[in-house]
Design a protein around this ligand. Structure first.
Ligand code: SAH
Length: 358
Protein backbone atom coordinates (compact mmCIF):
# COMPACT_ATOMS: atom_id res chain seq x y z
CA UNK A 1 0.00 0.00 0.00
CA UNK A 2 1.56 3.35 -1.01
CA UNK A 3 1.77 5.77 1.88
CA UNK A 4 -0.80 8.53 1.76
CA UNK A 5 0.71 11.68 3.29
CA UNK A 6 -2.61 13.49 2.99
CA UNK A 7 -4.36 10.79 5.01
CA UNK A 8 -2.08 11.54 7.96
CA UNK A 9 -2.59 15.30 7.51
CA UNK A 10 -6.37 14.84 7.57
CA UNK A 11 -6.34 12.40 10.50
CA UNK A 12 -4.26 14.91 12.55
CA UNK A 13 -6.61 17.72 11.60
CA UNK A 14 -9.76 15.78 12.46
CA UNK A 15 -8.26 14.66 15.78
CA UNK A 16 -7.59 18.30 16.63
CA UNK A 17 -10.75 19.98 15.27
CA UNK A 18 -13.37 17.28 14.78
CA UNK A 19 -14.96 15.76 11.66
CA UNK A 20 -14.97 17.61 8.32
CA UNK A 21 -17.86 17.63 5.86
CA UNK A 22 -17.66 15.62 2.66
CA UNK A 23 -17.16 18.67 0.44
CA UNK A 24 -14.16 19.77 2.51
CA UNK A 25 -12.77 16.24 2.32
CA UNK A 26 -13.15 16.14 -1.49
CA UNK A 27 -11.64 19.60 -1.84
CA UNK A 28 -8.58 18.51 0.15
CA UNK A 29 -8.29 15.10 -1.53
CA UNK A 30 -8.39 16.61 -5.03
CA UNK A 31 -6.98 20.10 -4.58
CA UNK A 32 -4.69 20.14 -1.50
CA UNK A 33 -1.82 22.43 -2.59
CA UNK A 34 0.85 19.84 -1.75
CA UNK A 35 -0.79 16.42 -1.68
CA UNK A 36 -4.03 16.79 -3.70
CA UNK A 37 -4.78 14.29 -6.45
CA UNK A 38 -4.88 16.86 -9.26
CA UNK A 39 -1.89 18.68 -7.75
CA UNK A 40 0.42 15.70 -7.84
CA UNK A 41 -0.82 13.10 -10.30
CA UNK A 42 -0.64 13.02 -14.05
CA UNK A 43 -3.75 10.96 -13.89
CA UNK A 44 -5.74 11.35 -17.09
CA UNK A 45 -5.37 9.24 -20.22
CA UNK A 46 -4.72 5.62 -20.98
CA UNK A 47 -1.67 5.52 -18.67
CA UNK A 48 -3.49 7.26 -15.83
CA UNK A 49 -6.14 6.27 -13.33
CA UNK A 50 -9.00 7.19 -15.59
CA UNK A 51 -9.56 8.12 -19.19
CA UNK A 52 -11.91 10.65 -20.69
CA UNK A 53 -13.66 11.01 -24.05
CA UNK A 54 -11.04 13.32 -25.64
CA UNK A 55 -8.29 10.91 -24.53
CA UNK A 56 -10.11 7.95 -26.07
CA UNK A 57 -10.22 9.42 -29.57
CA UNK A 58 -9.64 12.59 -31.56
CA UNK A 59 -13.18 12.04 -32.89
CA UNK A 60 -14.56 13.59 -29.72
CA UNK A 61 -12.65 16.89 -29.76
CA UNK A 62 -13.06 17.21 -33.52
CA UNK A 63 -16.84 16.93 -33.27
CA UNK A 64 -16.82 19.49 -30.45
CA UNK A 65 -14.79 21.70 -32.83
CA UNK A 66 -17.59 21.40 -35.37
CA UNK A 67 -20.13 22.26 -32.68
CA UNK A 68 -18.12 25.38 -31.79
CA UNK A 69 -17.83 26.55 -35.41
CA UNK A 70 -21.58 26.12 -35.89
CA UNK A 71 -22.35 28.17 -32.74
CA UNK A 72 -19.90 30.88 -33.81
CA UNK A 73 -21.53 31.13 -37.25
CA UNK A 74 -25.00 31.33 -35.68
CA UNK A 75 -23.67 34.17 -33.51
CA UNK A 76 -22.84 36.10 -36.70
CA UNK A 77 -19.14 35.09 -36.82
CA UNK A 78 -17.90 37.76 -34.36
CA UNK A 79 -14.24 38.79 -34.75
CA UNK A 80 -13.75 38.87 -31.01
CA UNK A 81 -14.72 35.58 -29.43
CA UNK A 82 -13.58 33.94 -26.22
CA UNK A 83 -13.33 30.17 -26.29
CA UNK A 84 -13.42 29.05 -22.67
CA UNK A 85 -12.68 25.61 -21.23
CA UNK A 86 -12.81 24.88 -17.50
CA UNK A 87 -10.88 21.80 -16.38
CA UNK A 88 -9.03 21.18 -19.67
CA UNK A 89 -7.00 18.23 -18.33
CA UNK A 90 -4.23 17.42 -20.80
CA UNK A 91 -5.51 20.00 -23.31
CA UNK A 92 -6.45 17.29 -25.80
CA UNK A 93 -10.05 18.36 -26.42
CA UNK A 94 -9.01 21.95 -27.14
CA UNK A 95 -6.17 20.88 -29.49
CA UNK A 96 -8.44 18.55 -31.47
CA UNK A 97 -11.22 21.15 -31.60
CA UNK A 98 -8.83 23.91 -32.75
CA UNK A 99 -7.57 21.76 -35.62
CA UNK A 100 -11.12 21.57 -36.97
CA UNK A 101 -11.89 25.22 -36.18
CA UNK A 102 -8.81 26.39 -38.09
CA UNK A 103 -9.49 24.10 -41.03
CA UNK A 104 -13.17 24.97 -41.42
CA UNK A 105 -13.52 28.60 -40.41
CA UNK A 106 -11.96 32.02 -40.08
CA UNK A 107 -12.71 31.99 -36.37
CA UNK A 108 -9.78 33.37 -34.40
CA UNK A 109 -10.68 32.71 -30.76
CA UNK A 110 -8.99 33.94 -27.63
CA UNK A 111 -8.53 30.79 -25.60
CA UNK A 112 -9.20 31.02 -21.86
CA UNK A 113 -8.52 27.96 -19.75
CA UNK A 114 -9.72 27.69 -16.16
CA UNK A 115 -7.49 25.25 -14.32
CA UNK A 116 -6.29 24.83 -10.74
CA UNK A 117 -3.71 22.06 -11.15
CA UNK A 118 -0.16 23.41 -11.69
CA UNK A 119 0.84 20.06 -13.10
CA UNK A 120 -1.91 20.04 -15.72
CA UNK A 121 -1.31 23.74 -16.53
CA UNK A 122 2.30 22.82 -17.41
CA UNK A 123 1.07 20.10 -19.77
CA UNK A 124 -1.51 22.46 -21.33
CA UNK A 125 1.15 25.15 -21.81
CA UNK A 126 3.22 22.82 -23.98
CA UNK A 127 0.33 22.53 -26.44
CA UNK A 128 -1.81 25.64 -26.30
CA UNK A 129 -1.50 29.37 -26.72
CA UNK A 130 -3.99 30.55 -24.12
CA UNK A 131 -4.62 32.62 -21.01
CA UNK A 132 -4.90 30.64 -17.80
CA UNK A 133 -7.24 31.46 -14.92
CA UNK A 134 -7.77 29.86 -11.53
CA UNK A 135 -11.42 30.94 -11.58
CA UNK A 136 -14.03 31.74 -14.22
CA UNK A 137 -14.44 35.16 -12.57
CA UNK A 138 -11.25 36.56 -14.16
CA UNK A 139 -12.13 35.46 -17.71
CA UNK A 140 -12.96 38.69 -19.60
CA UNK A 141 -16.55 39.39 -20.62
CA UNK A 142 -17.66 39.43 -24.26
CA UNK A 143 -19.10 36.95 -26.76
CA UNK A 144 -18.04 33.46 -25.78
CA UNK A 145 -18.37 29.74 -26.33
CA UNK A 146 -17.65 27.49 -23.36
CA UNK A 147 -17.07 23.74 -23.33
CA UNK A 148 -16.75 21.74 -20.10
CA UNK A 149 -16.06 18.01 -20.33
CA UNK A 150 -15.84 16.07 -17.08
CA UNK A 151 -15.33 19.28 -15.13
CA UNK A 152 -18.36 19.33 -12.81
CA UNK A 153 -17.86 15.74 -11.65
CA UNK A 154 -14.57 16.78 -10.05
CA UNK A 155 -16.13 19.48 -7.87
CA UNK A 156 -16.82 18.80 -4.17
CA UNK A 157 -20.28 17.67 -3.10
CA UNK A 158 -22.29 17.56 0.11
CA UNK A 159 -24.30 14.49 0.99
CA UNK A 160 -27.33 14.32 3.25
CA UNK A 161 -29.03 11.19 4.52
CA UNK A 162 -32.44 10.62 6.11
CA UNK A 163 -32.07 8.94 9.51
CA UNK A 164 -34.79 7.81 11.98
CA UNK A 165 -34.29 11.20 13.69
CA UNK A 166 -34.42 13.33 10.54
CA UNK A 167 -31.83 14.68 8.13
CA UNK A 168 -28.11 14.15 8.73
CA UNK A 169 -25.05 15.39 6.86
CA UNK A 170 -22.19 13.14 5.74
CA UNK A 171 -18.99 13.98 7.59
CA UNK A 172 -15.56 12.38 7.59
CA UNK A 173 -14.31 11.34 11.02
CA UNK A 174 -11.98 8.73 12.44
CA UNK A 175 -12.83 5.14 13.24
CA UNK A 176 -12.27 3.77 16.69
CA UNK A 177 -10.50 1.48 16.98
CA UNK A 178 -8.39 1.59 13.83
CA UNK A 179 -7.66 5.26 13.29
CA UNK A 180 -8.96 5.15 9.73
CA UNK A 181 -10.93 7.87 7.96
CA UNK A 182 -14.60 6.94 7.87
CA UNK A 183 -17.91 8.41 6.76
CA UNK A 184 -20.26 9.31 9.60
CA UNK A 185 -23.53 11.19 9.93
CA UNK A 186 -24.23 14.36 11.88
CA UNK A 187 -27.73 15.76 12.49
CA UNK A 188 -28.60 18.79 10.35
CA UNK A 189 -31.56 20.84 9.13
CA UNK A 190 -33.47 19.74 6.04
CA UNK A 191 -31.09 20.52 3.16
CA UNK A 192 -32.03 23.30 0.75
CA UNK A 193 -31.74 21.90 -2.78
CA UNK A 194 -32.06 23.67 -6.12
CA UNK A 195 -33.89 20.66 -7.56
CA UNK A 196 -35.13 18.32 -4.83
CA UNK A 197 -36.33 14.82 -5.76
CA UNK A 198 -40.06 14.12 -5.97
CA UNK A 199 -41.71 13.89 -2.52
CA UNK A 200 -38.61 15.27 -0.82
CA UNK A 201 -40.58 16.24 2.31
CA UNK A 202 -41.35 12.51 2.76
CA UNK A 203 -37.88 11.21 1.91
CA UNK A 204 -37.64 7.51 2.86
CA UNK A 205 -35.37 6.32 5.65
CA UNK A 206 -31.80 5.95 4.38
CA UNK A 207 -32.40 8.20 1.35
CA UNK A 208 -29.28 10.11 0.30
CA UNK A 209 -29.28 13.41 -1.60
CA UNK A 210 -26.29 15.29 -2.93
CA UNK A 211 -25.61 18.92 -3.74
CA UNK A 212 -22.68 20.52 -5.53
CA UNK A 213 -22.54 24.21 -4.59
CA UNK A 214 -19.45 24.89 -6.78
CA UNK A 215 -21.16 23.47 -9.89
CA UNK A 216 -24.20 25.61 -9.19
CA UNK A 217 -22.14 28.76 -8.57
CA UNK A 218 -20.19 28.16 -11.78
CA UNK A 219 -23.43 27.67 -13.72
CA UNK A 220 -24.91 30.85 -12.22
CA UNK A 221 -21.86 32.77 -13.45
CA UNK A 222 -22.26 31.38 -16.97
CA UNK A 223 -26.00 32.00 -16.94
CA UNK A 224 -25.48 35.56 -15.78
CA UNK A 225 -22.93 36.16 -18.56
CA UNK A 226 -25.24 34.67 -21.18
CA UNK A 227 -27.83 37.21 -20.05
CA UNK A 228 -25.54 40.02 -21.27
CA UNK A 229 -23.05 38.56 -23.76
CA UNK A 230 -23.97 36.45 -26.77
CA UNK A 231 -22.77 32.89 -26.60
CA UNK A 232 -23.32 29.27 -25.75
CA UNK A 233 -22.11 26.75 -23.20
CA UNK A 234 -21.81 22.97 -23.46
CA UNK A 235 -21.61 20.75 -20.38
CA UNK A 236 -20.72 17.08 -20.85
CA UNK A 237 -20.42 14.72 -17.92
CA UNK A 238 -21.75 11.59 -16.35
CA UNK A 239 -24.80 12.34 -14.41
CA UNK A 240 -28.51 12.18 -14.10
CA UNK A 241 -31.18 14.09 -15.97
CA UNK A 242 -33.83 14.07 -13.21
CA UNK A 243 -33.37 14.69 -9.48
CA UNK A 244 -32.79 11.39 -7.70
CA UNK A 245 -31.74 9.82 -4.44
CA UNK A 246 -28.45 7.96 -4.17
CA UNK A 247 -24.78 7.99 -3.23
CA UNK A 248 -22.84 8.70 -6.43
CA UNK A 249 -19.43 9.37 -4.89
CA UNK A 250 -16.80 7.12 -6.40
CA UNK A 251 -13.06 6.68 -6.13
CA UNK A 252 -10.72 5.33 -8.79
CA UNK A 253 -7.37 4.17 -7.49
CA UNK A 254 -4.85 2.73 -9.95
CA UNK A 255 -7.64 2.08 -12.44
CA UNK A 256 -9.91 0.23 -9.98
CA UNK A 257 -12.88 1.35 -7.91
CA UNK A 258 -11.86 1.89 -4.29
CA UNK A 259 -13.17 3.07 -0.92
CA UNK A 260 -13.38 6.90 -1.29
CA UNK A 261 -11.92 7.39 2.20
CA UNK A 262 -8.91 5.07 1.92
CA UNK A 263 -6.53 6.93 -0.38
CA UNK A 264 -7.10 10.71 -0.18
CA UNK A 265 -4.77 12.42 -2.63
CA UNK A 266 -3.95 9.17 -4.43
CA UNK A 267 -7.39 8.30 -5.81
CA UNK A 268 -9.61 10.26 -8.18
CA UNK A 269 -12.89 11.21 -6.51
CA UNK A 270 -15.95 12.08 -8.59
CA UNK A 271 -19.70 12.27 -8.30
CA UNK A 272 -22.53 12.23 -10.80
CA UNK A 273 -23.67 15.61 -12.03
CA UNK A 274 -27.23 16.74 -11.33
CA UNK A 275 -27.99 18.18 -14.78
CA UNK A 276 -31.54 18.95 -13.75
CA UNK A 277 -30.29 21.33 -11.05
CA UNK A 278 -27.99 23.10 -13.55
CA UNK A 279 -30.81 23.41 -16.12
CA UNK A 280 -33.13 24.71 -13.38
CA UNK A 281 -30.69 27.56 -12.70
CA UNK A 282 -30.69 28.48 -16.40
CA UNK A 283 -34.49 28.30 -16.68
CA UNK A 284 -34.91 30.49 -13.60
CA UNK A 285 -32.95 33.20 -15.45
CA UNK A 286 -35.09 32.78 -18.57
CA UNK A 287 -32.39 31.10 -20.69
CA UNK A 288 -32.92 28.46 -23.35
CA UNK A 289 -31.54 25.03 -22.53
CA UNK A 290 -30.96 22.07 -24.83
CA UNK A 291 -30.92 18.57 -23.39
CA UNK A 292 -29.70 16.97 -21.29
CA UNK A 293 -29.46 14.25 -23.91
CA UNK A 294 -27.25 11.21 -23.97
CA UNK A 295 -23.72 11.61 -25.29
CA UNK A 296 -24.20 8.86 -27.88
CA UNK A 297 -27.18 10.63 -29.45
CA UNK A 298 -25.37 13.97 -29.37
CA UNK A 299 -22.19 12.68 -31.07
CA UNK A 300 -24.17 10.72 -33.64
CA UNK A 301 -26.12 13.85 -34.57
CA UNK A 302 -22.87 15.77 -34.97
CA UNK A 303 -21.78 13.20 -37.58
CA UNK A 304 -19.57 10.79 -35.68
CA UNK A 305 -20.06 7.99 -38.20
CA UNK A 306 -19.01 10.20 -41.12
CA UNK A 307 -15.93 11.49 -39.32
CA UNK A 308 -14.97 7.94 -38.32
CA UNK A 309 -15.27 6.81 -41.95
CA UNK A 310 -13.08 9.69 -43.08
CA UNK A 311 -10.42 8.75 -40.51
CA UNK A 312 -10.55 5.11 -41.59
CA UNK A 313 -9.99 5.92 -45.30
CA UNK A 314 -6.25 6.42 -44.85
CA UNK A 315 -5.83 4.01 -41.96
CA UNK A 316 -4.26 0.54 -41.70
CA UNK A 317 -6.59 -2.32 -40.72
CA UNK A 318 -5.58 -2.19 -37.02
CA UNK A 319 -5.94 1.61 -37.00
CA UNK A 320 -9.40 1.33 -38.58
CA UNK A 321 -10.40 -1.20 -35.93
CA UNK A 322 -9.18 1.21 -33.24
CA UNK A 323 -11.34 3.99 -34.72
CA UNK A 324 -14.39 1.69 -34.68
CA UNK A 325 -13.71 0.64 -31.10
CA UNK A 326 -13.30 4.23 -29.95
CA UNK A 327 -16.49 5.31 -31.73
CA UNK A 328 -18.33 2.49 -30.02
CA UNK A 329 -16.89 3.36 -26.62
CA UNK A 330 -18.00 6.97 -26.97
CA UNK A 331 -21.53 6.19 -28.14
CA UNK A 332 -22.65 2.68 -27.15
CA UNK A 333 -25.28 2.25 -24.44
CA UNK A 334 -23.63 0.71 -21.40
CA UNK A 335 -20.37 2.41 -22.32
CA UNK A 336 -20.13 6.22 -22.42
CA UNK A 337 -23.09 6.62 -24.77
CA UNK A 338 -25.89 6.69 -22.22
CA UNK A 339 -24.20 7.34 -18.86
CA UNK A 340 -22.78 10.61 -20.15
CA UNK A 341 -25.20 13.46 -20.73
CA UNK A 342 -24.91 16.70 -22.66
CA UNK A 343 -26.58 19.99 -21.75
CA UNK A 344 -26.25 23.23 -23.69
CA UNK A 345 -27.27 26.78 -22.79
CA UNK A 346 -27.53 29.64 -25.23
CA UNK A 347 -27.92 33.38 -24.90
CA UNK A 348 -30.80 33.72 -27.34
CA UNK A 349 -33.57 31.66 -28.82
CA UNK A 350 -32.08 32.25 -32.27
CA UNK A 351 -28.92 30.30 -31.36
CA UNK A 352 -29.79 26.61 -31.58
CA UNK A 353 -26.73 24.56 -30.65
CA UNK A 354 -26.16 21.59 -32.98
CA UNK A 355 -26.72 18.03 -31.84
CA UNK A 356 -29.99 18.44 -29.96
CA UNK A 357 -32.63 17.87 -32.64
CA UNK A 358 -35.32 15.54 -31.35
N1 SAH B 1 -11.69 17.96 -19.45
C1 SAH B 1 -10.56 17.05 -19.35
C2 SAH B 1 -10.14 16.75 -17.90
C3 SAH B 1 -11.17 16.23 -16.95
S1 SAH B 1 -10.52 15.95 -15.32
C4 SAH B 1 -10.85 15.79 -20.12
O1 SAH B 1 -11.98 15.59 -20.52
O2 SAH B 1 -9.92 14.99 -20.32
C5 SAH B 1 -11.01 17.39 -14.42
C6 SAH B 1 -10.25 18.63 -14.75
O3 SAH B 1 -10.77 19.69 -13.95
C7 SAH B 1 -8.76 18.62 -14.46
O4 SAH B 1 -8.11 19.39 -15.44
C8 SAH B 1 -8.69 19.28 -13.09
O5 SAH B 1 -7.41 19.76 -12.76
C9 SAH B 1 -9.70 20.36 -13.27
N2 SAH B 1 -10.28 20.94 -12.05
C10 SAH B 1 -10.71 20.30 -10.95
N3 SAH B 1 -11.23 21.18 -10.05
C11 SAH B 1 -11.14 22.40 -10.63
C12 SAH B 1 -11.53 23.72 -10.24
N4 SAH B 1 -12.10 23.95 -9.06
N5 SAH B 1 -11.31 24.74 -11.09
C13 SAH B 1 -10.73 24.52 -12.30
N6 SAH B 1 -10.34 23.29 -12.73
C14 SAH B 1 -10.54 22.25 -11.90
Amino acid sequence: MPNAPLKNVLIDRIKRNGPIDLATYMQEALGHPKHGYYTTRNSIGSAGDFTTAPEISQLFGELIGLWIVDCWQQMGSPNQINLIEPGPGRGTLMCDALRVINRLSAMDPNIHLVETSPRLIAIQQEKLDATWHSSIDTVPRGPFILVANEFFDALPIHQYQMSPDGWTQAMIGISSPGDELQRMLQPCDQPTLTAPPHNFAQAPLGAIVESCPDAETFTRTIVERLGGDSGAALFIDYGYAKPAYGDSLQALFDGDYADPYQHPGLADLTSHVNFFALATIAHAAGLETYGPIEQGAFLNQLGLAMRADALKKNASAPQARAVDLAAQRLTAPGQMGTLFKVLALSSTTSLHPAGFAT
